[in-house]
Design a protein around this ligand. Structure first.
Ligand code: SF4
Ligand code: SF4
Length: 171
């Protein structure tokens, strides 16, 4: 199953919206990075749960198609073992080193994305995929940067940020 027509439209609109609202979003993220208002992490967590109640990622899969997944060393060890591949062969085939992470996937769409939009290594997927988008984590500046960078990729992330931004307009 590929991305549904509804989500194809939504993804396009999300990309355009993020571009149009780039300045407003940047200002908000700079503000909350400088001083995280009380209740911000809770608001992100609760809004995440509300928004994902109505979004089925299997209709979308845009992150797996357009965003380079992070593979840290423990992910590489676990997943290469699953395929019975020496770690160095797995790295050579799928990954590229990155200055901020151990590795990024080097092929898009992600080669582990199946034709039904499911992750073919779901049970052992990388930790970064497991927590994406990272609204349920304790929000560090690094996590906020990941969220900001994905506002034009993930329709759910865009909606969550929009709702939280409204709640914290005066904070
Ligand atoms: S490993 Fe799975 S969840 Fe992660 S990007 Fe690839 S298909 Fe998506
Ligand atoms: S996490 Fe976001 S971009 Fe990824 S499939 Fe779900 S809604 Fe789409």
């Amino acid at each position: 199953m590929s991305t549904t027509p509804e989500f194809t439209k939504l993804i396009k609109a999300t990309k355009a919206k993020a571009k149009k609202e780039q300045r407003k979003n940047k200002k908000f993220f700079n503000r909350i990075k400088k001083k995280k208002p009380a209740g911000l992490t809770k608001a992100f967590r609760e809004t995440n749960d509300e928004v994902f109640k109505k979004i089925d990622c299997l209709d979308c899969s845009n992150c797996c198609k357009t965003s380079l997944a992070v593979f840290e060393n423990p992910d590489v060890v676990r997943i290469s073992k699953h395929f019975g591949m020496p770690k160095k062969d797995f790295i050579k085939k799928y990954l590229t080193p990155h200055p901020d992470y151990d590795y990024l996937i080097k092929i898009l769409p992600c080669p582990f994305l199946a034709s039904d939009n499911k992750c073919s290594i779901y049970a052992i997927r990388p930790a970064g995929c497991r927590t994406y988008p990272p609204f349920r984590l304790q929000l560090s500046d690094e996590q906020l940067d990941v969220i900001y960078d994905n506002l034009g990729i993930c329709p759910a992330a865009n909606e969550i940020v929009e709702r939280v931004m409204t709640k914290f307009a005066d904070a």
